[in-house]
Design a binder for this molecule. Structure first.
Ligand SMILES: Cc1cc2nc3c(=O)[nH]c(=O)nc-3n(C[C@H](O)[C@H](O)[C@H](O)COP(=O)(O)OP(=O)(O)OC[C@H]3O[C@@H](n4cnc5c(N)ncnc54)[C@H](O)[C@@H]3O)c2cc1C
Ligand SMILES: NC(=O)c1ccc[n+]([C@@H]2O[C@H](COP(=O)([O-])OP(=O)(O)OC[C@H]3O[C@@H](n4cnc5c(N)ncnc54)[C@H](O)[C@@H]3O)[C@@H](O)[C@H]2O)c1
Length: 459
């Protein structure tokens, strides 16, 4: 059956549903196609479930540390994973169902279930239906990547998606890959009671971030008894006595890591591989991204790509901002651009690592005359009171213009406190401006004006 619409939106992830809301409110006739779970990765297998599990892990950790707070020491325990997963599942389900209900009741929006594939630049097939529109918005996201590690076909392994269904706590979880996924699951499972080993091919953590950041994150992990095997070359997998084994070196004497469960956390594969892009005249790049311009239009007029699949961001906030950019340009005559966006992100360790703008290494590499301010969390009153003094905050400022170039906070509350710096940077404000802010005592953020008052030349 053929149906015509003003717009097809492929994927109910972090951009598609909101775009459907704006387009239908403007009178467009929209079809939104989703093949699996409403809310996509973030709601079902990404942000929401992991942050819910991290909250349980934090509670377990606080119980473990009772004696540090002057409370009766608690005997070591392992969490019962079933109820922990059930709590998480309830949060995910509420979010997914709320979104689906909203879309199904949205006037002007037809929800179609199935996988959409291009037949031409203006038509897509979903099952037996052919949907036609002059505007097509791809919001297809990605899935855990499977890498061709030697031995992978012999070893059962978990991904960031399948681990969310695990009902029994792993005795020893080995994680290959120390990106955001690997780090967040490592601390979460360690706190719930598993032994955890991370195997990473890079010689240090977070190679795109500053060395002091990587060292602080490493301290957080090792202080909780997580084993790190960095610089692991020639990673290969095997099954020995029914247990997964990760060989970390080609050298014969390097001892392998043996565990009860294996999580592969080595990045994402984009869902652009089964879209039939070529039928629309589109070509994905070598990573599977659909190239877009600053307004998120692809090389084919009438087709846009939003969210993870365009390679311009890998976060929920970037996917949502993609929706805002497309809606602003199409409906509001507001020329918003991807290049207006500041790079911001957080890794939800406890304490978290949050950042905005340039790293110190990037500032140095650019040869920008700069000032740096840095304060350890041991000198942040609120952190001391909370008994959470790992990490630091660091800000970078242009030495001539006084403009803020970037900031990193590894420390308690850093994921929230960073936002005053983000806002100041969007307002193109200066260190002098930051110094005049009076923040609430006692907070972590209250020391941010102080850090901007202690700037020194970047040696
Ligand atoms: C474990 C984990 C934790 C994360 N934590 C965070 C976090 O804390 N903060 C953060 O900002 N980001 C986080 N992310 C990243 C975040 O989840 C993604 O950046 C975000 O979900 C991308 O949104 P999207 O809309 O581009 O795609 P997705 O959310 O992946 O949605 C794409 C949708 O398209 C559907 N689809 C795909 N192909 C088709 C097709 N051909 N036809 C029909 N439907 C199709 C899919 O089923 C899916 O529902 C995390 C990711 C993971 C894996
Ligand atoms: N807090 C957050 O915002 C958050 C949390 C989790 C995930 N995410 C997003 O999800 C996506 C996926 O995260 P991820 O951690 O899986 O990917 P990643 O790309 O960040 O990290 C993958 C890690 O695996 C290693 N690796 C890759 N291939 C390998 C190989 N063949 N052998 C050995 N090691 C290998 C890499 O060196 C890297 O350290 C990212 O875009 C990330 O930003 C975000």
């Amino acid at each position: 059956m053929n149906q015509s619409f003003d717009a097809l939106i492929i994927g109910a992830g972090q951009a598609g549903p909101s775009l459907a809301g704006r387009l239908t409110a403007a009178g467009w006739k929209v079809a939104l196609v989703e093949r699996k779970n409403f809310g996509g990765t973030c709601v079902n297998t990404g942000c929401t479930p992991t942050k819910a599990l991290i909250a349980s892990a934090k509670a377990a950790h606080t119980v473990h540390k009772a004696a540090q707070y002057g409370l009766a020491p608690q005997a070591p325990f392992k969490a019962d994973l079933g109820p922990v997963q059930a709590r998480k599942d309830a949060i995910v389900q509420a979010s997914r169902e709320g979104l689906e209900k909203w879309l199904r009741h949205m006037p002007g929006c037809t929800v179609v279930t199935g996988t959409a594939r291009f037949l031409s630049a203006t038509t897509m097939q979903v099952g037996n239906e052919v949907l036609e529109a002059k505007h097509i918005f791809l919001n297809v996201g990605g899935r855990p990547a499977s890498r061709p590690l030697p031995g992978i076909e012999q070893v059962p392994y978990l991904t960031s998606s399948t681990i969310l269904a695990l009902q029994e706590l792993p005795a020893h979880l080995i994680i290959v890959g120390a990106g955001a996924v690997g780090l967040e699951f490592a601390q979460m499972f360690r706190r719930l009671g598993s032994e955890v080993t991370i195997v990473e091919r890079n010689p240090r953590l977070l190679p795109h971030d500053d060395e002091d950041v990587a060292a602080a994150v490493q301290d957080i992990l090792t202080s909780e008894g997580i084993t790190l095997r960095l610089g692991a070359e020639c990673i290969s997998l095997a099954l020995e006595d029914g247990q997964p084994v990760v060989h970390v070196s080609c050298a014969e004497d390097a001892s392998p890591s043996r565990g009860s469960h294996l999580l592969l956390a080595m990045g994402r594969q984009l869902n652009t591989d089964d879209l039939g892009l070529e039928k629309a005249g589109l070509i994905a790049d070598a990573h599977g991204y659909v190239p877009v311009d600053d307004e998120l239009q692809t090389a084919v007029p009438g087709i846009w790509a939003l969210g993870d699949c365009n390679g311009r961001g890998a976060y929920t906030h970037t996917a949502y901002n993609d929706f805002e950019i497309v809606a602003a340009n199409l409906l509001d005559h507001d020329p918003r651009r991807v290049s207006d966006r500041l790079p911001v992100s957080a890794i939800y360790l406890d304490p978290p690592f949050a950042k905005v703008g340039l790293t110190e290494a990037e500032v140095r590499a650019a040869g920008t005359p700069a000032l740096v301010g840095k304060r350890p969390m041991t000198k942040v009153g609120r952190a001391v009171e909370k008994g959470e003094t790992l990490g630091f905050m660091k800000v970078l400022v242009h030495a001539e213009t006084d403009q803020i170039l970037g900031a990193s906070i590894v420390g308690v509350g850093g994921d929230e406190a960073i936002h005053c710096i983000i806002t100041a940077m969007y307002a193109r404000q200066t260190a002098a401006f930051m110094r005049r802010n009076v923040f609430i005592h006692p907070t972590v953020a209250e020391l941010i004006p102080t850090v901007f008052g202690e700037l020194k030349p970047l040696a």
